[in-house]
Ligand binder design. Sequence first.
Ligand code: SAM
Length: 226
Amino acid sequence: MTLYVVATSIGNLGDISPRAIETLHAADCIICEDSRVSSKILDKFGIKKPLLICRDDNEVRILGKVLDFLREGKSVCLISDAGTPCISDPGFKLVRACRNQCIKVEAIPGPCAAVVALSISGLPTDGFLFVGFLPSKKSARVSFFRKYAEFEYTLIFYESCHRITKFLDDAQEVFGPERMAFVAKELTKLHETFWIGKLPVVREKMATASVKGEFVVIIAPSRFAM
Ligand code: SAM
């Protein structure tokens, strides 16, 4: 009777750990976000298990079924489309329900894009705030930036290719031209690319680059200068 929260990969399928593969092989059922995405990694390692879909919009609805399954003594793995489940991904309500019911929850750790990007950014790692995705509206984004403009720790954001340039324009406007930033695109994948420097420099370099893909943006605290 255990819910395993299993991190997979953020792009490079070689990053999944042997323990994660072993745990998925031993599971009675795997909960995933999108079966088409997860079958790529499951097929690669010959893992064939019943899949249950868990998205933000049905997580509460499937809770009862998953809890019944766990109470029958089954072992259930929770995975997500990328990286660590529950981190800007569904699963937190399921984990909370298991904890409330004294059902064992175990982590099978692995990559998380925020931590991977931070670890190679060269920006301060002594303290950081993981923000995840900001709201898509400019006004909400700018008001968040204003609130955290003098925050003493590093800020980490997730952003999509559709909004990355607007995000950087607004960040520059609020944090000013001296603020250091690191942008990572497609970490661990074929088109992995990084930009580092003061916000206007990063923005200018990115103006001529392809912005297709997935992004992590890291903004250094104001006290930090390279
Ligand atoms: N659970 C995931 C994790 O552990 O990082 C995050 C899932 S969230 C829905 C997806 C977002 O994470 C993307 O839009 C992007 O901002 C970031 N991300 C995921 N994989 C990435 C990668 N390989 N390179 C850059 N950013 C990535």
